[in-house]
Design a protein around this ligand. Sequence first.
Ligand SMILES: Cc1ncc(COP(=O)(O)O)c(C=O)c1O
Length: 424
Amino acid sequence: MYLSDFGKKLAEQSGIQQLMDDLGQPIPEGVKSYQLGGGNPARVPEVEKAYRLETEKLLSRSDDFENAIARYDTPQGRVSFIETLSAFFKREYGWDIGPENIAITNGSQSAFFFLFNMFSGTFSQPGKEPLKKTVVFPLVPEYVGYADQGIEKDTFVGIPAKCVYYPDNTFKYFIDFDALETYLEKHREVGAMCVSRPTNPTGNVLTNDEIRHLSALAYKYNIPLFVDNAYGLPFPNIIFTEDAKPYWDSSVILSMSLSKIGLPSLRTGIVVAKPELIKALASVNSIVALASGSLGQVISQDLFATGKMKTLAESYVRPFYQQKSLFAQSCFKEYFAGTNYSVHKSEGAIFNWILMNDLKIPTKELYVKLKDQGVITVPGEYFFFGTPEHEHYDKCLRINYSRPEDEVREGIRIIAETYKKFSK
Ligand SMILES: Cc1ncc(COP(=O)(O)O)c(C=O)c1O
């Protein structure tokens, strides 16, 4: 089979595909499993109850269910849903937006595939040499799911995070704004910037000041700033810090998702941006998918109309994950005591990011040794893309802390024991 460059890029082995395949492989027979690897959210009972109720209402109302499943929505999204959402954002945050500012995609992952390739790669210019544009990631390590999404080669550039260490075995990454600004000044071919907020894998949450600083740079260089709000505000609100507020302005392309608030299988991504971008995104969506799936939009619409989605996030989702994160941190303290380790400040998202300074094997190898014992994690190397080597490159693991307590505790204990075995 001969594939085009596009086909090769997407169909041949990529880091993320290898990882996803491996995560899905059975662990050795008879070994108990500790699933601290993938990005699946937990099941939060109050949230599930709300979706069940909405589904029952849908089924009980004349032919609403049939209407929901039997027709394509527009490529931009379901008209009543995007109207409801724009009213919600306007009412709650005073954003100057209407339905023309919102598009729905089949999950936010596909929104990023579209966006990266709309703003990077070859740009033809009449009468001039074509320009090759890039996307800059201001805070690397960054979400592994972006790493292979650019179709053209070498279009992703990462700015390595600065790091501050604290005495209580914690640390935190910061954007190196000097390095970022120098890079933007010297590289006018940058086509966009992208951050996840909260950051997958580290649990970092950029403050409003940091987001405003990035947005001002985006404005200055006339490029969009993609803000990936998959774990953010106002839903699912897996944010434990105080100085983060929902943020949108016309330089920002804000991506949201219903996945981490309990609907990952319904594939509902939400993009808020300038109308011209929304129009372009809807055109791409029509070519790739005709339309996005309707069920997530239908089931959640009234929850946005009444504001209940925000309350569910605030009252149930955030406390649920915060408690789980605190529990995981207590396990790190207990089992890693006496070793040279540090955990990234847990400010949000569903992961802990642990740095093991004395590890004498790369984390890709540690991952295999852990998997043999039933513990699934994600090795840190995958999250350092587009950047020259970072000092943490092969010393970190991403751990999903949202599993039941016994599983998280035993998983962390095994990780700590294995680290001790393979320490310098
Ligand atoms: C940071 C981040 N962005 C985007 C996504 C994609 O989510 P979805 O396509 O389910 O909306 C994920 C999924 O784990 C994620 O962690």
